[in-house]
Design a protein around this ligand. Sequence first.
Ligand code: MLT
Length: 201
Amino acid sequence: MDYLFEEGTGRHLLLLHGTGGDETSLVSVARLLDKEATILSFRGAVQEQGMNRFFKRNGLNQFDYQSLDEESDRLLAEIYRLSEEKGIDIADWVIVGYSNGANIAAYFMMERETRLDKAILLHPMSLGHKKSARVLADKNIWLSFGEGDPIVEKAVFEELVTNFREQGANVAVEVTETGHQVAMPELNSAKKWLEEQAWNL
Ligand code: MLT
C-alpha cells in the first residue's frame, strides 16, 4: 500500500483518510493534534471512480463486507510490517481516522485481535455488520458526530457508540453542529482527550 512516514519526537499518529483523500489529507490534522508527532499515513487501496477508499461499497452506505474483511487484513498486515521496520511498538499508535478511514478502523478494532487500542474516529458510523462478542476493555476510543451530517445518520453513529460500549470499550463522544466535515471545535476536543487521557494509558 502507498503510505507516508514522517518521524517526529512526539506521539505516534496513524492516519486513515476519508473517501477521495490520500496519505496527505490528514497530515495537517495530525500536526494540529501534536506538532511533533511521528506520522504513518496510508492511502486506501480501493478505487471508486478515481477516489481512494479503504474498502469497497456498492452505493452510498451499501458496504461490501468481503472487501471490508480483506482490506482490514491487508491494512493491518501493512501496519504491523511497517511498525516492525521502523521499530515502533504497535501499542504506541493512536489511530486518527476520518469517515471511510474511521469506519475501517472501528471495524478492525472490533473484529480483529490487535494491540492497536487508541483511536480518534472523526465522523464514523456503524457498518451494520454481524458483530463478534469480542471484549474491548483495552480499547480507548474518541468519536465525533456532526448534527448536520448528510452521510452519517445519528442512529447509525449511536449504534457504533453503543456497540463499543456494550463490548466494554472506554468511549468518549463529541457532538457538534457541523456536517460531515472536520472542524476546529472537535479537533480541540480530540486534542484534549489525547493529552489528558489517551496518552497516559
Ligand atoms: C463509507 O463509505 O465508509 C462512509 O459512507 C463514509 C464515506 O463516505 O466515506
